[in-house]
Design a protein around this ligand. Structure first.
Ligand code: C2E
Ligand code: MG
Ligand code: MG
Length: 657
């Protein structure tokens, strides 16, 4: 602004409410003021105001501040601050803009434009009076302004007594001694307790040539408290009290911005969805709270634990751990899951977790990528059989990308007629005949080719497509059963796998009954295969369709027995007709038949049939037959095949062994 422009502006200001005056810093006198300034200074006339000597009442700290302003004006700076003035002993607060003004004799004066607090909002930042204080470079207080005394009392003698956090004070000393301005939000000890202040501190040289530290403080306590509450609300997962995804983003970005290496442990619960869907969300929530508790127990106090999503947790551990340390931490987490989670119907429920580990900066250097790496490693751990942890390796993320591709393509599989059904024979070893077929879903996508069935089912469960898909299977399988009965044997039945999710669908039983009716089939013509986890968790729920299946005389098989809860002691609680012993029992069949023998006897004693699946060799078939497993299924007896295969061959003779 040129001098001319300034004069024009000053004249114009007579019409403004803003109090404007020019102050001669060296003489401590106001040399020009507009009418509004008279009001602010509680002065009857220009003459009176211009005759006032401000030196008398001026504290050392104000004097020092003004000298610093003068230096700033010489550099062309403009200073905006909220000040308190004390005309005739009365306090007046105003938001001020201080700028340099060339006085008549060429010296630098100060142009002040002050808006009183009635005219400005009480925004905490702007509305905070500037609290001035000055110290010797060793921290000893020289002087504090009136607002300073109001906040901190008049007993304070050293900066040490002011700061809550001594690390911050040390930083202040170091930075100011290098002639750099120190700025931060800090907690200080006021007479009302610890409060937040915005601080800026500079080293200044006093008139006598001594160095001193000049502190400007602004009360931001209210704003900071509100901010912290809001942040807590926005960053916290209300169920577990852990930080949420947003909170984690902040921490990760902070570490990345400051180049602080860290490890991310992506923890995903195995089989949680089933618990949630079958036991209800209340119990599911209890489990999640317990999980968060166990994670906390295993972590150090500086580690960050986040509930990232439904049953996904992320642990952020600063400084990249060595492989050994990662192993110790992950093992501890996995081990903490060994203990029961909840007890339902006097049955203890255990859970497991899969963990993926990724490190910054080794594996990735931004938020999205590091999460994707840990997620991909976790997905890998799941694929390898869950209950384990895996370090991220390059290329793993392609697998998790695959999930989203599959999910997307799966939603079009029915309209695009990409599904087909394969039927695997189940043999009655006594007669040598096929007594049943298990229907198994097959999906061939034009780009993906055949997709693994278990993978398809898992993704269908995650995306909620499972209902639609299994209804399609049901309708098609019952239609095909009529044909199979014609060519194979009128007594053959159909075993249909139903997901635990679908079982909770109240319309499921009606759909089954409707389809049976449509094809003139009986309930005994089908067998619904449910995994033991589903059966166990839903057993005592009176409203569950599982009960309605039983009430409608639809047979139930316990599928994959031995892979989940597998407790023989609880079998008697389950009104199933058949127990399908999982193929994993066959791995040790050559040297240990005792377990299988025992299972067979106990299942028989409970009035159920035992079926063994996954028989691949003649030797296995014979051994198992000798143990009493009369009903068998496996590649040895027949691989799953499409309907057409059976329609073209007569199997009654083939299985007469
Ligand atoms: P599952 O119900 O235990 O079905 C038996 C699985 O074992 C089938 O795998 C079958 O092909 C395979 N298998 C049969 N005999 C042998 C053998 O001798 N050796 C070996 N190694 N494997 C054998 P598939 O078809 O891949 O199906 C996998 C799982 O997918 C099924 O396991 C079942 O749990 C699920 N599934 C298939 N279709 C459906 C469906 O419509 N709904 C639901 N919920 N699950 C389905
Ligand atoms: Mg099955
Ligand atoms: Mg099975």
């Amino acid at each position: 602004m040129t001098e001319y422009e300034k004069i024009v502006m000053l004249i114009k200001t007579e019409q403004l409410n803003t109090a404007i005056w020019v102050y001669d810093i060296d003489q401590s006198k106001i040399v020009w003021a507009n009418t509004a300034a008279l009001k602010l200074w509680n002065s009857p006339s220009h003459e009176e105001l211009l005759s006032r000597d401000f030196k008398a009442g001026q504290s050392e700290v104000i004097k020092e501040s003004l000298l610093n302003y003068k230096l700033a004006f010489k550099r062309g700076e403009v200073i905006n601050e909220y000040w308190s003035f004390h005309p005739k002993g009365e306090e007046v607060q105003a938001f001020c803009q201080f700028s340099g003004f060339e006085l008549e004799d060429g010296r630098v004066g100060m142009l002040v434009e002050a808006t009183t607090s009635e005219l400005i909002s009480s925004n905490a930042e702007v509305g905070s009076v500037t609290i001035l204080s000055i110290y010797q470079t060793d921290g000893k207080l020289i002087n504090g302004s009136l607002p300073f005394i109001k906040y901190f009392g008049n007993k304070l003698s050293h900066l040490n007594e002011l700061f809550c956090d001594h690390h911050v004070l040390e930083k202040l000393f170091v930075i100011t001694s290098q002639n750099i301005k120190f700025e931060d939000d800090v907690r200080l000890k006021t007479m009302k307790g610890d409060q937040w202040f915005k601080i800026d501190a500079i080293e200044t040289t006093q008139e006598e040539g001594n160095k001193a530290i000049l502190l400007h403080l602004y009360d931001i306590h209210e704003r900071k408290t509100i901010e912290q509450t809001l942040r807590k609300q926005a960053w916290e997962d209300p169920l577990t009290g852990l930080i949420n995804r947003r909170g984690l983003t902040h921490h990760i970005e902070h570490n990345i911005n400051n180049n602080i290496p860290f490890s991310l442990l992506y923890v995903d619960l195995d089989g949680f969805k089933m618990i949630n869907d079958s036991l209800g969300h209340g119990k599911g929530d209890d489990v999640l709270v317990e999980v968060s508790f166990r994670l906390k127990v295993n972590m150090n106090k500086d580690d960050i634990i986040c509930r990232f999503g439904g049953d996904e947790f992320i642990l952020l551990i600063e400084h990249t751990l060595g492989d050994d340390t990662v192993a110790v931490r992950c093992d501890a987490i996995l081990h903490s899951f060994v203990e029961n989670f909840i007890s339902i119907h006097s049955r203890d429920l255990t859970l497991s977790a899969s963990i993926g580990v990724a490190c910054y900066p080794k594996d990735a250097n931004n938020f999205e990528h590091i999460i994707a790496c840990a997620d991909a490693a976790m997905y890998h751990a799941k694929k390898l059989g869950k209950k384990r942890w895996i370090n991220y390796e390059k290329g793993m993320e392609h697998a998790s990308k695959r999930i989203s591709v599959i999910s997307q393509k799966l939603s079009f599989a029915i309209p695009k007629q990409e599904f087909s059904l394969y039927y695997q024979p189940i043999i009655d070893m006594v007669t040598g005949n096929i007594c049943s077929f298990e229907v198994l879903l097959r999906w061939k996508n034009e780009e993906l080719g055949f997709v693994d069935t278990e993978e398809t089912i898992q993704i269908a469960e995650k995306t909620g497509l499972i209902y639609e898909i299994e209804n399609w299977v049901l309708i098609q399988a019952l239609h095909d059963l009529v044909l199979l009965k014609k060519v194979i044997n009128k007594n053959v039945t159909m075993a249909i796998n139903i997901s635990g999710l679908h079982l909770s669908d109240p319309t499921l039983v009606d759909t089954i009954l409707q389809q049976l009716n449509k094809h003139h089939l009986q309930p005994k013509d089908i067998n619904i295969e449910l995994t033991e986890r589903v059966l166990f968790t839903q057993i005592n729920d009176q409203n569950n369709p599982f009960r309605r299946l039983v009430d409608n005389e639809i047979n139930i098989s316990i599928d994959d027995f031995g892979t989940g809860f597998s407790s023989l002691a609880y079998l008697h609680n389950i009104p199933a007709t058949t127990v399908k012993v999982d193929k994993s029992f066959l791995e040790s069949i050559d040297n240990n038949t005792v377990t299988l023998e025992c299972i067979h006897r106990l299942v028989g004693a409970l009035g159920m049939k035992s079926l063994i699946e996954g028989i691949e060799t003649e030797a296995q078939a014979k051994t198992l037959f000798a143990l009493g497993f009369n009903i068998q299924q496996g590649y040895f007896h027949g691989r799953p095949k499409p309907l057409e295969y059976y329609l073209s061959t007569d199997y009654r003779t083939i299985y007469s062994k």
